[in-house]
Design a protein around this ligand. Structure first.
Ligand code: FES
Length: 598
C-alpha cells in the first residue's frame, strides 16, 4: 500500500535538513554530558531519542548541542511561583536562540504560606529532588527558576552537589501592596495588623479587606523578606544576572532577563563555567555583606551555611558576625525601613548597593554573565537616595546580623539589630517560659499569666529536630494584656526561625536546640537572662552546678515520627549553626552515572 503522499514529502524534507552527523551524533566540536544519552546509534541511543521525540523535537536538536535543564519550581500550591511557566517560555527562547536544547522539568515546590508544619522541613527533600533529577538526566547546564523563600536555597543546594554550569533566575517580587492609599508590605503588615486587631485598634473587617490589597500581582513577598533576600543573595553570589533580585514579577524586563539568562546558560556550558568556579569563599563574603546592607532576612544564615557545606567551603556561623558586623544597612525597605521592592528596583536595586559598598566587596569575584561583580556594578546608578542610602549616611550604622554567644547558646544564636528595638538591645529580664508552641498558644493571652513588659519570653522545642523543621514562629506575638498597654516589642528567645518579613527584638536559631538537649531546654520560669547585643552575649543567670542538676533531670521527648520523611529528617538534620542540612548531604557527588537504564 502506498504511504500517504503528504507524509512522504514531510519525511523527506525533515531528513534533508536534519541529518545525523556521526556515530556519536555530534555536529558540534565539543562532546557534552548529554551526548552520552543522545549521541550513540545503538539501542540505548534509540531509546533516549525516540521517546524524547514524542514531544515533537526534530532530529537536529540531538546533534550534540548543549542540553539546558530548566528546573522549574512552578506550582499553584506555591503562589509566589505561580507565573513560572511563563518565565520558562522566555528562558527557552534564549536557549534556542543561542543554539541550545531546553528541557524543562518540575521539582518539588515549597510554598511558604501553605505548607504545614513548615516549608523549611522540606528544603532538604526538595534539594535532593533537584540534585538527583539533574544527575540522572542528559543535562549539560541548568537554569534554576526560584522564588518563594525555600525554593531558592533548595535549588542552589541541590545543583551545587552536582556542580554543572548553572544560573538562577528569581521570579521577582509582587507589586507594592496598596491599602487605603498607603503602601503595605507582605508579611510585615500582616504581623502589624494582627497585633492591632488583638490590641483592639483595628476592626476585623479592615483586616480582612487588607488581604486582597496586599497580594495584588504575581510574584513573591515584596518586602525585604526571605525571598527578596535570597534573590539578592543569588545576585551577590554571582549566581544570577545583574538586577535579578528587584525587577517586579510582572515587569516586562523580568521576561527579557529570563530570555538573556537562557542565552547565557548555553554560553556557560561552552565555557565550562561551573558553580564551583563562581561560589568561592569570596562570593560568600560578598553575600554576607550584601545581606547586611539590604537589611536582609535572618533565614539567609542557615541557607548560606548549608550551601557552603555542599561546596566544601570553610564558612561558619561566626564568619557572619566577623564579616557583617560593620556593614551599614543602606536599604530602606520593610521590615527594617519603609519602602518595598518595587521602589528598590526603580532606585537601582542590588547593583547600586554593591557599588555603594565599595571595598567591602570582593570586586573580582566572577559571576554567571562572565564578568566580575565589580565590572557589573562599576557604573550602577542610584536614582533614589531615600530608598538606597549613601554609605556614609546609612539607615542603620551596623546593619549586619549579630551572632550571639554565651551559656544559653553555646553554638550560637542570631538577632537582626536593624529590625529590633534599640532600647532592648541591652536588657536583663525574668524568663517567662513556654515549653512548646501549643503551650504558648494555650497560655499567652491568659489574663493570669505572670508577665510584664520587662520580662523575656522564651519558647522551646521549635528547632530543626523539635518542631520538626525549625518553623518561622520566633517572632511569636506578645501577650494581649501587654499589647493593650500600647507596648509593641519585648525580647523573645527561641530555637525557631522568624519570617524575613518580621521584626522585633527576637533572638533566633539558639543552638543547640532544646530538643537536642541544649541549655535552652533547661531554662525555667523566673530565671534571669541577660541580652547584650553589643557584647554579643546571651547569658542565663543560673550557676553551672544548678544547670548540671537540671540536666540530670532533663528527659528528651520520645520522637513521634517512626516512618517516612519525617523520621529521616529528625534522624539526620544538623543544628542551625550548621545550616540544618542533612548530615549525609554535606558535600557533592558530581554528575557521573556510569550505568545505563536498559
Ligand atoms: Fe512566598 Fe513570601 S510567601 S515569598
Amino acid at each position: 500500500m502506498d504511504r500517504p503522499k503528504r507524509l512522504v514529502i514531510l519525511g523527506a524534507a525533515f531528513r534533508a535538513t536534519t541529518p545525523f552527523k556521526s556515530e556519536q551524533g555530534m555536529s558540534q566540536s565539543k562532546k557534552y554530558r548529554s551526548s552520552h544519552w543522545f549521541g550513540p546509534t545503538d539501542k540505548g541511543g534509540f531509546i533516549h531519542r525516540s521517546w524524547t521525540k514524542n514531544q515533537g523535537y526534530p532530529d537536529h536538536l540531538f546533534d550534540g548541542r548543549p542540553v539546558i535543564g530548566i528546573c522549574n519550581t512552578w506550582s499553584e500550591l506555591t503562589p509566589c511561583n505561580g507565573h513560572f511557566r511563563k518565565i520558562a517560555e522566555h528562558v527557552k527562547r534564549g536557549i534556542y536562540e543561542a543554539g541550545g536544547f531546553p528541557m524543562e522539568f518540575p521539582v518539588m515546590s515549597l510554598g511558604e504560606n501553605l505548607m504545614r508544619p513548615t516549608a523549611m522541613l522540606f528544603r532538604n527533600l526538595a534539594s535532593m529532588d533537584v540534585e538527583e533529577t539533574i544527575r540522572a538526566n542528559p543535562i549539560d547546564g541548568v537554569v534554576l527558576l526560584v522564588g518563594c523563600d525555600k525554593t531558592t536555597p533548595a535549588c542552589l543546594m541541590g545543583a551545587a552537589s552536582c556542580d554543572l554550569p548553572t544560573l538562577a533566575i528569581s521570579g521577582g517580587p509582587m507589586l507594592n501592596g496598596k491599602f487605603r492609599g498607603e503602601d503595605i508590605g507582605s508579611g510585615t503588615n500582616v504581623w502589624k495588623f494582627s497585633e492591632e486587631v488583638r490590641a483592639g485598634i483595628m476592626p476585623l473587617c479592615d483586616f480582612q479587606e487588607a488581604e486582597s490589597c496586599m497580594s495584588r500581582s504575581a510574584g513573591h513577598c515584596m518586602t525585604m523578606g526571605t525571598a527578596s533576600t535570597m534573590a539578592s543573595v543569588v545576585e551577590s553570589l554571582g549566581m544570577g544576572m545583574p538586577m535579578n533580585a528587584a525587577i517586579p514579577a510582572v515587569d516586562s524586563r523580568r521576561y527579557a532577563l529570563a530570555h538573556m539568562a537562557g542565552r547565557r546558560a548555553v554560553e556557560m556550558v561552552h565555557e565550562d563555567l561551573r558553580m564551583s568556579k563562581i561560589l568561592t569563599r569570596e562570593a560568600f563574603e560578598n553575600a554576607v555583606r550584601v545581606v547586611g546592607a539590604i537589611g536582609g532576612s535572618t533565614n539567609a544564615v542557615v541557607h548560606l551555611l548549608a550551601l557552603a557545606g555542599r561546596l566544601g567551603i570553610d564558612f561558619k556561623l561566626s564568619d557572619w558576625d566577623a564579616l557583617g558586623r560593620d556593614v551599614p544597612c543602606l536599604v530602606n525597605l520593610m521590615p527594617s525601613g519603609k519602602y518595598l521592592m518595587e521602589d528598590f528596583y526603580y532606585a537601582g536595586g542590588v547593583p547600586a548597593v554593591i557599588r555603594e559598598l565599595g571595598d567591602l566587596i570582593h570586586r573580582d569575584a566572577l559571576t554567571v554573565n562572565g564578568k566580575t561583580i565589580g565590572e557589573n556594578t562599576a557604573n550602577a546608578p542610584c536614582y533614589n537616595r531615600d530608598v538606597i542610602k549613601p554609605f556614609n549616611e546609612p539607615l542603620v550604622k551596623q546593619g549586619g546580623l549579630a551572632v550571639l554567644g554565651g551559656n544559653l547558646c553555646p553554638n550560637g544564636a542570631v538577632i537582626k539589630p536593624s529590625a529590633a528595638t534599640p532600647e532592648l538591645m541591652q536588657h536583663r529580664g525574668r524568663a517567662v517560659v513556654f515549653e512548646t508552641i501549643e503551650d504558648y498558644n494555650a497560655r499567652v493571652d491568659d489574663p493570669n499569666l505572670d508577665v510584664d513588659e520587662s520580662c523575656i519570653l522564651v519558647l522551646k522545642n521549635c528547632g530543626p529536630r523539635g518542631y520538626p523543621g525549625m518553623p518561622e514562629v520566633g517572632n511569636f506575638g506578645l501577650p494581649e494584656k501587654i499589647l493593650r498597654k500600647g507596648i509593641t516589642d519585648m525580647i523573645r528567645i527561641s530555637d525557631a526561625r522568624m519570617s524575613g518579613t518580621a521584626y522585633g527584638t527576637v533572638v533566633l536559631h539558639v543552638a543547640p536546640e532544646a530538643a537536642a538537649g541544649g541549655p535552652l531546654a533547661l531554662v525555667e520560669n523566673g530565671d534571669f537572662i541577660q541580652l547584650d547585643v553589643a557584647a554579643r552575649k546571651l547569658h542565663l543567670e543560673v550557676s553551672d552546678e544548678e544547670l548540671t542538676a537540671r540536666r540530670a533531670r532533663w528527659q528528651p521527648s520520645a520522637s513521634p515520627f517512626n516512618r517516612g520523611y519525617y523520621k529521616l529528617y529528625v534522624d539526620h538534620v544538623l543544628q542551625a549553626d550548621q545550616g540544618a542540612d542533612f548530615d549525609f548531604l554535606v558535600g557533592r557527588s558530581g554528575t557521573e552515572v556510569t550505568r545505563e537504564s536498559h
